[in-house]
Design a protein around this ligand. Structure first.
Ligand code: FAD
Length: 439
């Protein structure tokens, strides 16, 4: 087996891995990046970007249907789903080629194949033809991400899909059951309903999006109601069957039906087959534990992104960790921030930096809040988007700002500023226009 020597070997080319490779190369390291599939990872190929393309198109369609309220007459508004999918593929391909060019310019060797540890200093990489390549390294960064979970009671059927499976459909289902009221479930419910699908969202817990406050949730539920989304919470789905005509299930006494069922019940770290034992790395079902520098239990090996324990499973978190790991390897003093802003790209968008009232109450922190409303804002009214609010959350004793929650137009952009205000952390959510400011 041929063996090549590198300062840093990165496993996984998603938003954790490729920024780590870029930063390490900028800091003078000789870097190999091993990717089993497509550069950009889950985020670019099946996650953040494709969903935002679909949300943008379906949101525009809805706005055009309602344009008469602003005095603009748009008759016979339609959409071409095939064209939307082709536009999405073109955007993904353009961003992939940007990553490839940056890596090439920095002389990062991109190796296509599946990597596993042979020892704490060596990877074995199997390529598509079954050949094996050895990569010897001084330091490694594991950035292998996560994969969707699937409740075992669901039958196998092409009508029951995860988020990647939904994005691979070449037509819009007329009706959709979404299982899971987290960010991913709510975003898919939004995009499908905005296109006109009849959506039923089933969530086992008492409420969707458990970390946000009731007032933000109420706004989203109102919007779901206006789009015809049926939300069933505190509800266990059972008796699921699928046949040539559709997917059926029961939620208590209520029967639910969809052309497609989208499973959005969570994700698990991708650690199988990585040979972590051969490198002495401790891990369990929750992922790979790391410290504030992203170091694993093996001192020369780091882990970043969705594969790590306690990850919020956000691309901007993965990127921050990737950069911290690369800088630590290069001998710089770097450390992960306490939090990163997070967003749900529903309509209205909901964005949080630091603590919501709900999170503060759960942690026993006494807070007071102050609210401002988009209905008071001239720009929001001009755009016909006067619904929503900004809530500032202060520690009751010290008066310190500990959180901001925004439910309303451009929440995902506005939250970057709030994040700087709370802790000086300027990492914006992904994907947002605000990222342009940070290169
Ligand atoms: P990934 O992006 O999963 O990349 C891991 C890479 O490692 C993959 O390319 C994989 O092929 C490769 N790999 C795995 N094992 C091996 C191996 N043994 N050898 C070689 N390569 C390997 N987050 C946001 O911040 N904003 C959003 O709007 C957002 N939307 C999302 C929508 C959906 C539908 C989904 C599923 C996720 C979304 N996320 C979003 C979450 C975001 O995609 C992840 O947090 C992010 O991709 C994690 O980055 P990562 O680098 O850790 O892993």
């Amino acid at each position: 087996m041929a063996i090549s020597q590198y300062d840093v070997a990165v496993i996984g080319g998603g938003p954790g891995g490729y920024p780590a490779a870029v930063r390490a190369a900028v800091l003078g390291k000789r870097v190999a990046l091993v990717e089993a599939d497509a550069l950009g990872g889950e985020c670019l190929n099946r996650g953040c970007i494709p969903t935002k393309v679909m949300l943008a198109a379906s949101g525009l369609y809805r706005r055009m249907l309602g344009a008469a309220a602003l005095g603009v007459v748009a008759d016979n508004v339609r959409f071409d789903y095939g064209k939307i999918l082709r536009n999405r593929a073109a955007i993904v391909s353009r961003l992939q080629s940007g990553i490839r060019q940056v890596l090439a310019a920095l002389k990062v060797d991109v190796v296509k194949g599946v990597a596993s540890f042979a020892s704490p200093n060596e990877l074995a990489v199997a390529d598509e033809s079954g050949r094996s390549l050895g990569i010897a390294f001084a330091n490694a960064i594991i950035a292998t991400g996560s994969s969707a979970t699937r409740p075992p009671f669901l039958p196998e059927s092409p009508r029951i899909v995860d988020s990647a499976g939904f994005l691979a459909l070449d037509s819009l289902p007329a009706s959709l059951i979404v299982i899971g009221g987290g960010a991913i479930g709510c975003e898919f419910a939004t995009l499908a309903a905005q296109f006109g699908s009849a959506v039923t969202l089933v969530e086992q817990a008492d409420s969707i999006l458990p970390d946000i406050d009731d007032d933000a949730r109420s706004l989203l539920l109102e919007s779901f109601a206006s789009l015809g989304v049926k939300v069933l919470t505190g509800a266990t789905l059972g008796d699921v069957e699928a046949d040539a005509d559709g997917v059926y299930g029961c939620v208590g006494e209520t029967e639910v039906y969809g052309d497609i069922m989208l499973v959005a019940t969570g994700r698990r770290p991708r650690i199988e087959g990585l040979g972590l034992e051969a490198a002495g790395i401790v891990a369990d079902n929750a992922g790979i534990p790391v410290d504030a520098q992203c170091r694993t239990s093996t001192a020369n090996i780091f882990a970043v992104g969705d594969v790590t324990c306690g990850s919020p499973r956000l691309a901007n978190w993965a990127t921050m960790q990737g950069v911290v790991a690369a800088e630590t390897i290069a001998g710089l003093k770097a450390s992960c921030g306490e939090f990163i802003p997070s967003c749900v790209f529903t309509n209205p968008e909901i964005a949080v930096a630091g603590l919501t009232e709900t999170m503060a109450a759960r942690s026993g922190i006494a807070v007071r809040t102050a609210k401002g409303y988009f209905a008071w804002n001239g720009r929001a009214l001009a755009e016909g988007e006067g619904r929503g609010f900004v809530k500032r959350v202060y520690d009751k004793d010290s008066g310190r700002l500990v959180g901001v929650e925004i439910a309303g137009p451009r929440a995902s952009e506005l939250i970057a500023q709030a994040s700087v205000e709370i802790c000086g952390n300027a990492t914006p959510p992904h994907p947002t226009f605000s990222e342009v400011l940070f290169g």
